[in-house]
Design a protein around this ligand. Structure first.
Ligand SMILES: *Cc1c(COP(=O)(O)O)cnc(C)c1O
Length: 353
């Protein structure tokens, strides 16, 4: 055992780090495995300010986030992606002996973030149709301090109904923060619960620029919540969470022309998504696809391994979720550009299983 291993905290010794698409899968030339946008956009940078530390919360950026989300600037916290907000919530609100609660199958970073903080994670699986099991959540509520609900959910693409989100907020009122992860909300904007932060003082909404805005490489996201939650998280966030280049680029992406570009690219993605949905419905080797409210599609095939390997051989990377709870035989495809979809469907049309 190396000295570093011996000195590492016990919970970190046991930790298997998050197998992000970029970390666990290399090669390929068509990446349909991380729910990114296929489009890289151009931005302008003013470097004349780089000798100075950035503002704690760059004003223009906060105003842009607030205007876009329809909340007050004091109800926004900008940081390095939704992933940072997940960890901040745990570090801000969980005592050592308290827990988070998640409803798998869902985004993997909630459990991993908890583990890095040595906080236990209660797992209450969804029903088979991926709706929440409200009775089971109620039964598991003791000692829970932060609840993560993802809608549209990654990796299933399903929505959690407003009625169920309200039930969870009620179960945990006066007890726990309920974080609704809206990483994919641009694909289902009318289902956002951002306006509920006025009504529920235990609600936090997580957003990101990484998905529909096509800025995964920038690392920027934001939390929406009442001012008291924002102020508590502001105590824990590092002193300069948003660099000047990040603030400049994200602000441009949220400008009128930036928003129009996002909408246009979203429409293109949805067009390609429909082609994939139609194709999956035709293939004999696909026995189910889950209705998606996002830029990715999950489906089931008995031949999942052969299909996955055939796509890898063609340089196309998708994601295998078949080992996860309720996801037998499931693969997930992130929707790419027209050319990428052409290449994907050319291989899938020929695949015989
Ligand atoms: C991609 C993703 C995130 C991470 O977003 P970043 O802002 O890139 O850290 C968070 N939640 C869900 C559900 C995601 O799919």
């Amino acid at each position: 055992m190396s000295l570093a291993d011996k000195l590492t905290r016990e919970n970190i010794q046991q930790l298997v780090p998050y197998a992000s698409a970029r970390r666990s899968m290399t090669g390929g030339n068509i990446w349909l495995n991380a729910n990114e946008s296929p489009y890289a956009n151009e931005y302008e940078l003013d470097c004349s300010v780089l000798n100075r530390y950035p503002d704690f919360q760059p004003k223009g950026l906060i105003q842009s986030y607030a205007a876009y989300a329809g909340v007050k600037p004091s109800q926004v916290l900008a940081g390095r992606g939704a992933d940072e907000a997940i960890e901040l919530l745990i570090r801000t609100f969980c005592e050592d002996d308290e827990q988070i609660l998640i409803c798998p199958p869902t985004y993997g970073m909630y459990a991993i973030s908890a583990q890095t903080c040595n906080i236990d994670c209660k797992k209450v699986p969804t029903k088979a149709d991926f709706s929440l099991d409200i009775d089971a959540i109620q039964a598991a509520k003791d000692n829970v301090k932060v609840v993560f609900i993802c809608s549209p959910n990654n990796p299933t693409g399903t929505l959690v109904s407003h009625q169920q989100i309200e039930q969870v907020l009620e179960i945990f009122k006066d007890q726990a923060i309920v974080a609704v992860d809206e990483a994919y909300i641009e694909y289902a904007m009318d289902t956002s619960v951002a306006s509920w932060i006025e009504k529920y003082d235990n609600l936090a909404v997580l957003r990101t620029m990484s998905k529909a805005f096509g800025l995964a490489g920038l690392r920027c996201g934001y939390t929406l919540a009442n001012e008291n939650i924002i102020q508590a998280m502001s105590k824990v966030i590092p002193p300069y969470p948003v660099s000047w280049p990040v603030a400049q680029i994200a602000t441009q992406a949220l400008s009128e022309s930036g928003l129009a570009l996002m909408q246009q690219q979203k429409a293109q993605v949805l067009e390609q998504k429909q082609r994939i949905v139609d194709a999956l419905a035709r293939y004999d080797y696909v026995y189910e696809q889950i209705e998606s409210h996002s830029n990715f599609i999950m489906f089931r095939s008995e031949q999942k391994k052969a299909l996955f390997d055939t796509l890898v051989q063609a340089g196309i990377l998708i994601r295998d979720y078949s080992s996860q709870v309720l996801l037998d035989n499931s693969l997930r495809i992130s929707v790419g550009s027209k050319e990428e979809t052409d290449a994907l469907l050319a291989v899938m049309d020929e695949f015989k299983g």
